[in-house]
Design a protein around this ligand. Structure first.
Ligand SMILES: Cc1cc2nc3c(=O)[nH]c(=O)nc-3n(C[C@H](O)[C@H](O)[C@H](O)COP(=O)(O)OP(=O)(O)OC[C@H]3O[C@@H](n4cnc5c(N)ncnc54)[C@H](O)[C@@H]3O)c2cc1C
Length: 636
């Protein structure tokens, strides 16, 4: 019987983490080298954890399916990373960052985790600057800041439009230092396919060597998953093409509860879908909303080119509806409103797009000024669309981008499976029902650099897990399970490709479990996903062999997992009879079309226990708000 214990420490919110750090048991420096820790994932969360745990003296094995740790999806992050430094002197503080994040998440996150995140945010910037991360600077040398949605202060640190890449280079260099010192060993081109439990504890993993197809078992005294989010369940998303949910999902099937799977983020500023043959969507960073103004024509069906539509016939709908935050409302609000205006027939460029217009910014700071701030993003736009955004407004539309749901973890970032820790986007921890821009990088690095080094030590020294033999029966059994699945997949000799099925899953999810959801649509989605899963297991066709590089096989395993996860997303959305953040249920909205939360019944984390495909048990972690008053979110 699973019992969720958040392990939030007692005491005042601003003292919890400090006291907890002091009370946790330490591992003697000489003993650290006796502990092996497996980390799956070398994105910002995984690489920062590997670097820090290696530096402390633990023996770390880091796994990634990429050919280089440096290729993790984190490299794509554009806009920036939040911290409460208050360099702008605009009244920012740890408490304000905490407050904005809890409010931005529509009061569905755990207060204590969010406070800690805000508290360590400043350490992250110091750490990264010390590593040499080239953050943008003001003329006088101080670090520059810009604004992101859901905040009225400027607290976002950035390196042009390539913040993720620069942060990852910092983490990666630190990790490589430990590789040289012998504390970290990197295993590239290895895909985690199963978690191994010994006496109920996470003590190892089974991986497939993606080049040779060979299965390998690795043991350790603790396992960390830092394997990213599951936006690619929608087929089209802004995530890297390879990002997937398999690691989290296989751990879920081994007992780790999956929390809030229906909380997904559809980002408002992406390039619109342009056809069925498309395999990827492209993000235009939210930072563009600092200077770009979003609008559509006031009249439905107005097909005039933008420069022929006079000012008084334009609707700057975000500025009109939310004057206090304007174009910088949080993502869920901006996305929903883009959908509304397009549903009203006021969308542009074929109907499913809105304008992001820099004309005012060009007048204010000149084209060179805009280029300085966003040059690479403008280049991306021009290269992909063939249009010059310095001459005509960009056209944008919401797209799946980030997943707030993930494996459930307690305050120590440990799942309900002892010894299995989950970091970064793979866990559910800090963003509630909606993540604010520039907060994912903050969370991944907070988890990796500043939280896990303490909490994993406490686990190891308290629980004292023994070393286990990777040839033991539990490993053999896990290898057999993986092998059986590989064989079953390769035996399928139907007519459809894996991508065809994945695309159809994506259509079901975006239509019925996307920006708005209804009871009827969700029930239909569950039925359709079940049927599609049946079809997958009977009518898909794979080519190639197990003992070689086989990308069809890789994708098939991931899509098999998505087909189960997709159903759980719909089930979770159906269970939550309220609207909050990215989860908008049509039956629960205010007369103005805003999300209607139902705090009396739904102030909980929904953590699902896997029973078998299509069957889950719901466990609830009640959320208590002692420092932020539950209120209707208003950005007006
Ligand atoms: C286009 C884009 C722009 C963004 N911009 C910003 C931004 O400006 N600011 C911000 O805060 N956030 C941003 N985000 C979100 C942010 O980039 C991600 O949430 C964050 O980088 C996730 O980091 P991570 O370490 O958790 O996972 P990832 O970076 O996704 O890394 C996952 C790692 O796990 C490995 N892995 C996964 N599964 C397996 C497996 N089964 N076996 C072996 N290895 C596995 C991968 O190889 C990889 O190394 C953006 C996201 C996108 C898509």
């Amino acid at each position: 019987m699973i019992k969720l214990d958040s392990k939030v420490p007692e005491g005042k919110i601003d003292e919890k983490w400090t006291n907890h750090k002091f009370k946790m048991k330490l591992v003697n420096p000489a003993n650290k080298r006796k502990y092996d820790i497996i980390i799956v994932g070398t994105g910002l969360a995984g690489a920062s954890a590997a670097a820090t745990l290696g530096e402390l003296g633990y023996k770390v094995k880091a796994f990634t399916y990429h050919d280089s740790a440096r290729r993790a999806h984190s490299i794509a992050a554009q806009g920036g990373i939040n911290a409460a430094k208050n360099y702008q002197n605009d009244a920012d503080s740890v408490f304000r960052l905490f407050y904005d994040t809890v409010k931005g998440g529509d009061f569905r996150s755990r207060e204590a985790n969010v406070y800690r995140l805000a508290e360590v945010s400043n350490n992250i910037i110091d750490q990264c600057v010390a590593q040499g991360v080239p953050f943008a600077r003001e003329y006088g040398g101080t670090l520059a800041n810009r604004s992101f949605g859901g905040a009225q202060v400027s607290r976002t640190f950035y390196a042009r439009g390539e913040t993720g890449q620069q942060l990852l280079l910092g983490a990666y260099s630190s990790m490589n230092r430990q590789v040289k010192l012998g504390n970290v060993e990197i295993f590239p081109r290895q895909e985690f396919l199963d978690l191994v439990l010994v006496d109920g504890r996470a003590q190892g993993i089974v991986t497939r060597n993606l080049t040779t197809g060979e299965l390998e078992s690795h043991s350790a005294q603790a396992v960390i998953l830092a394997t990213g989010g599951y936006s690619n369940v929608f087929f089209l998303s802004t995530n890297a093409m390879n990002s997937n949910a398999t690691a989290a999902w296989r751990a879920h099937k081994k007992g780790a509860t999956f929390a809030n799977p229906c909380y997904t983020q559809i980002h408002p500023t992406c390039l619109p879908v342009h056809g069925e043959g498309q395999s990827k969507l492209v993000l235009m960073s939210e930072s563009l909303r600092n200077d770009g103004r979003i609008w559509v024509p006031k009249k439905a069906g107005d097909h005039r080119p933008p420069n022929e539509i006079p000012e008084d016939e334009r609707d700057y709908y975000l500025e009109r509806k939310y004057p206090a935050f304007g174009n910088l409302v949080p993502r869920d609000v901006a996305s929903r409103n883009a959908k509304y205006v397009c549903d009203e027939g006021r969308g542009v460029g074929g109907g499913r797009a809105v304008y992001l217009d820099f004309a005012d910014a060009f007048k204010r700071i000149g084209k060179d000024g805009v280029k300085d701030k966003y040059g690479n993003l403008f280049d991306i736009y021009a290269n992909i669309t063939g249009e010059d955004p310095y001459e005509v407004p960009m056209r944008i539309y919401p797209a799946p981008h980030y997943t707030m749901g993930g494996l459930w973890v307690d305050y120590n970032l440990m799942s309900n499976v002892p010894g299995l820790f989950v970091l970064g986007e793979a866990n559910f921890s800090d963003h509630g029902a909606n993540r604010l821009g520039a907060s994912a990088l903050m969370q991944g690095l907070s988890d990796g650099y500043f939280v896990i080094p303490y909490t994993i030590g406490n686990y190891l020294t308290t629980e004292k897990p023994e070393k286990v033999d990777p040839k033991g029966p539990e490993f053999k059994e896990a290898e057999k399970n993986v092998n059986d699945m590989v064989k079953k997949l390769l035996s399928l000799n139907g007519k459809q490709t894996v991508d065809e099925i994945h695309k159809r899953l994506g259509h079901i999810l975006i239509d019925k479990v996307g920006m708005s959801r209804s009871e009827e649509g969700l029930k239909e989605a569950i039925k359709q996903i079940r049927e599609l899963r049946e079809e997958f297991w009977t009518d898909v066709k794979l080519v190639g062999k197990a003992e070689e590089l086989n990308q069809t096989l890789e994708r098939a395993g991931r899509v098999a997992d998505f087909l189960e996860l997709g159903e759980l997303m719909a089930l979770d959305a159906l269970d939550r009879n309220e609207s909050c953040g990215g989860h908008f249920r049509e039956e629960y909205q205010t007369p103005e079309g805003e999300a209607l939360r139902r705090d009396d019944e739904y102030t909980y984390v929904a953590a699902w226990e896997f029973k078998k495909a299509g069957e889950w048990e719901l466990h609830k972690e009640e959320l208590n708000f002692e420092n932020v008053k539950l209120a209707t979110r208003s950005y007006k």
